[in-house]
Design a protein around this ligand. Sequence first.
Ligand code: APR
Ligand code: PHB
Length: 390
Amino acid sequence: MKRTQVAIIGGGPAGMLLSHMLHLDGIDSVVIERQPRDHVLKRIRAGVLEYGTVKLMHEVGLGERMERHAHDGSWIAWENRQPFLIDTRKHTGKHMWSFGQTAITEELYRVRERDGGRVIDEAQQVTLHDLDSERPWVGFEKDGEAQRLECNYVAGCDGQHGVSRNSIPKDLLRTFERAYPFGWLGIMSETPPLKEIMYAHHSRGFALASQRNPMLSRYYIQCDLATDLAEWPDERFWEELKRRFPPDIADRIVTGPSIEKSVAPLRSFVAEPMSYGRLFLAGDAAHIVPPTGAKGLNLAVSDVFYLHRALVAQFKKSDSRYLERYSETALRRVWNAERLSWQLMRLMHVFPDDDDFTRRINLNEFDHLQASPAAQAALAEQYVGMPFEA
Ligand code: APR
Ligand code: PHB
């Protein structure tokens, strides 16, 4: 029989960061991950980090070894209009950073290993028990043997398809959801990216130029949900991508063979509350944002910031106030990111059933953003990330 203070379900960025931060405060945890290590380390996801995310990572000793690139914000280009910069440096004094989530996951596994952290990979049939008691426990199978891990608290960091959220009684959980009627076709290519991160609106659909490092580019185009990758050889992708950017920018895009190509569905989702008894959800387990605005990883980090603070107060000072308020506090920031990413989805994409009126409203929103420093400042403040609540 095993015991720990915090059982963490899921070894993605949320779970591993929480485990690391608890360790710095002398709180013991065990991470229980369903997938093999290789699989976890290879996942490709969004790559823009808010100022506060990078600051927190530095404060907890992460990131020195990671390659990253500071940006003054991101650009928005609109068909037949001059592009403009969401200038986070000018309006907030803060930078954004681009760097791959893959690098963050690697760094987290490296430091947990260095510090003797316990991560159980390939744990099957994970189940949560007695969450509404003072002695919750986690059941799972490892190498065909049934195991039981007792703990004081359970952190549900097992992503959108994990067991944690579904362990909350259905009548206590409320979910909010929006699916979008298109996807993003994305590629990764070992070519020098554009200097800037640039979102493009075009009557043929949205496009995005992003990056991972000086020789790794990430590009996306809005696509049909039924898109068949076989019909999208690299040449067709590059041609379509370039058509959606202003010609002078399209000319600067360096093309080359793709090393990855996939279609991502786009969804907004929130589960409330983010806690039940001694279970606390963090990251994708509780919410999904569509990728415009790149808030996914940043939200996982802000949940972990609040949850870590609450667990430290509980273990060190028997102060339960932060834990009691965890869901409410985390959800305010979650909804802020949900609103921003939804707004950017709405603004930047071509929705199949949009009428001419809606298109004009969208165009005017762009014109207003371009003309109004106040509107730009409001967008920049949210894009760079609102500060964590005291
Ligand atoms: N038991 C144990 N582990 C599980 C289970 C389960 N039943 N189900 C899922 N997991 C694991 C997954 O294999 C994954 O490694 O939980 C982990 C969840 O990690 P993520 O999906 O990366 O979620 P999170 O850590 O919240 O990170 C959020 O990732 O999806 C992106 O854009 C998102 O950047 C954001 C970040
Ligand atoms: C990415 O680099 O994958 C990315 C960047 C910005 C976004 C979304 C995704 O808004």
